[in-house]
Design a protein around this ligand. Sequence first.
Ligand code: DGT
Ligand code: CA
Ligand code: ZN
Length: 575
Amino acid sequence: MDKKAIAKIIKEMAVLMEIKGDNPFKIRAHHNAVRILEGLTESLPELVASGEITNIKGIGKGMADKIMTLLNGEELSEYQQLKDAIPPGLLEIAKIPGLGPKKVKMLWKDLNITTPEALEAACEADQLSGVKGFGAKTQEKILESIAMLKKFQGRHSLPVARNAADTILDALSGFPGVIRVEVAGSLRRWKETVKDIDFVLSAADEDREKIMAHFTGLAAVEKVVASGETKSTVILDSGISVDLRIVEDGQFPYLLHHSTGSKEHNVAMRQLAKDQGKKISEYGLFQGEALIPCETEADIFRELGLDYIPPELRENYGEIEAAAAGELPELVEMADMKGMIHTHSVWSDGANTVEEMALAAKELGYEYLVISDHSKAAAYANGLNETRVKAQHEEIDALNEKIDNFRIFKSIECDILADGSLDFSDEILVTFDMVIASIHSKFGMSEPEATDRLIRAIQNPHVTILGHPTGRLLLARDGYPINHHAVIDAAAELGVSIEINANPRRLDLDWRFCKYARDKGLMISINPDAHRIAGYADVEYGVGIARKGWLRKRDILNTYSAEEVLAFANKRRER
Ligand code: DGT
Ligand code: CA
Ligand code: ZN
């Protein structure tokens, strides 16, 4: 281990000790040692070998021993013990500008915040502005810093990836010499988060070099990690890494299929080819040595006796068998969506008025809008009490008179309380056209507790839709654990819908459970959870996830007309 690495560990120990609340003298000794090490002009191994190190003012015997241990590449037990005593996320938090160890300790001990993700969620929920030593400004700064840290984290949200991919696709597709170019990988498959963006491109050999130069030279490129004539990797200023592979046009469909994945799908496809005496790889589909010519992915599938498998379905979740049997689902599309369900207005924590939300939805071509502001338990979100509910209903009645050819439904995102009961009495709930029930509090439940809580809530006959079933925030916090199958079974049985919350930070219901839900006869709604007009655009993410989950138009509540949706809610009430 070199001087720099040793200094880094001793510094980390000082921070850990500060968070833990160790003796200040000891902490200072570590900080001093770091400064000395950093300013050292002589060779550290020589100083240690000669024993001179202990003569340096500020480095005692104990510190010299530690340095020696690290220098020899041995494990420093004190360092390990410190790391064991403190949640690792706190070190990450301590790196956020403006958050000294004292504040980090307070976050940990007083608010039980131990990861940057939890801290971010707390800031976004405005939970820090009232805490002594923090305040609204600090909260805002923390959010900015976290966004920076995240740039270099392992996975990325769909909006980050899609925006980046669109920019690059634009830059590549018009460029001279480019024959075909497509996004592959997890982004093409609509995974809920992605590690990187994979581009596949075809061009003549003589054009490769200038296309690569164009790619690595794009304005959005912050760093070129690797660059060759057939493959390059760059990191964009948004922190996401992008691979580009260039092949001649004949290889394009095979490479596109290979790079789209998933790995599991590819493995199953290889087996299928083998069973047919063929061989498939990124280089081609072969019968013996002979290439079976394919111009498109559809050709590849056809040569293997399969219908075209949309990228979303390529997870080896049964798509190959279904394609062989001609039984792939006809997936729901954006154009099928008729109404916006689960939206907020200025009545609770939204940014637009009900009228603005309605006119914008109408303008986008939707037929109805379900306004579902928060209920009173969600005080942090300015939830509505009974009196305000009544006033809001009067406003909606007036707007429905005023706006032609459009319907605003009265709804509420009603909090599910700790025991599974709802935040309003049945006398209030009956006044809504439909009710969305969601959990926003007391997340620390066991799986049976959370499952019971949800099932109890949807047993109330006024509940039409279960909102974001696990409460997860992608890349930030796991949801409470639930038994998805039990919740889906109960909802299907009761005639309650479960939403795919289309906010790209949620995408909850998870796509992995959609096919099961569909086959149980569950009606699923794709809901933007829009807190402003711009939030409507998130429906596209929800549709992507629904497609990934094998859902068809008929499985989605908001592909039905306003009358049909109302009938769905009423039918559930009559059971
Ligand atoms: P991620 O983690 O979000 O980047 O997910 P992917 O699926 O984009 O994974 P990535 O970028 O590592 O690889 C892109 C595709 O390349 C992957 O979906 C399938 C293919 N691939 C990568 N490694 C392997 C492998 O070891 N075996 C096979 N059969 N295919 C692979
Ligand atoms: Ca990838
Ligand atoms: Zn909610």
